[in-house]
Design a protein around this ligand. Sequence first.
Ligand SMILES: [Zn+2]
Length: 378
Amino acid sequence: MTAVATDRLIRPHGGALVDRTGERPDDLDSLEVVVLTSREVSDLGMIASGALSPLEGFMGREGYERVVDELRLASGLPWALPVCLAVNEAPQGDRVALADESGRKLAVLEVAEVYEYDKNREAENCFRTTDEAHPGVARLYAQKPKYLAGRVTGFERPEPEFVELALDPRDTRAAFAERGWRRVVGFQTRNPIHRAHEYLTKVALETVDGLLVHPLVGDTKGDDVPANVRVACYRTLIDDYYPADRVLLSAFPAAMRYAGPREAIWHAICRKNYGCSHFIVGRDHAGVGDYYGTYDAQLIFDEFEPHELDIEPMFFEHSYWCKACGSMASAKTCPHDKEQHVFLSGTKVRELLENGEVPPTEFTRPEVAEVLIEAYRS
Ligand SMILES: [Zn+2]
């Protein structure tokens, strides 16, 4: 991508975009190897690319404890979720190689410290529950017992699932600058976009220069719609219903943690690093089951002064097509009762699509429904 001045965009979290990419070291073969889980591999890539700026590596004890207790890094900068590497034992040397589960070496870590951590406390504070039925808590409890901290240098990355959608913060920032965008709203999603979400992205876009549709393509629960089907839906919808010069589709490489409110903050900070000045936060953002209150992911933003996060959250209600209004609407803008609203539960939508039936156009664009029906058929 050509060099474009990006200084009119929001500054990265902490002021500068981190770049922890580098050369494969000559002594790589002599280093002890630490094997990462897929979530840790995803975090590693995001540290290296600057998506988790100002982090330069996996968190040390001081930063970890402050994040868990106070939603802040050791420097005092807001931060919402631990980014840690779990190990059984302290390594021997002062540098280790980091590899994925297939054994491919991706990075080197300079060992800063190894420390014990309290899984119950992390679960309680970060997930607001210690219930192992919660997928984030289950993963935490299955982790190795110590955290290994230190700065990383990445020299190789796993092949992304969607090569053309794999844009690093540097790339999205350049793309925004090239288009002349200054204010950009980021939209996080891990579901196909139906009319309700199309509506809120467009309401948000009315007030800014551009929209980054930034679907999460990292690890999710098994029952979420597969990433390749979702990506086909996003492309179809964007091609047919958004102006090409106002929207950018790119993949967000994070793994889902299902930490609800804290993850909403974390998602916002990441998007700030990608160059977004605004971030859409719906009801129950990044939630799972009924572990979080409907508005918790919005209320948590009040725990910070607005200037501390810099990125502006845009809060939305559930929206729907209202027959009486003759438009998309929400409880904020529509006075009519439920009978006028076109509402379908997730279960109902799935049932229709599995039977090859197109949901009402007030609920889903027919082109998107076709993609989903095709996916269920095969
Ligand atoms: Zn209405």
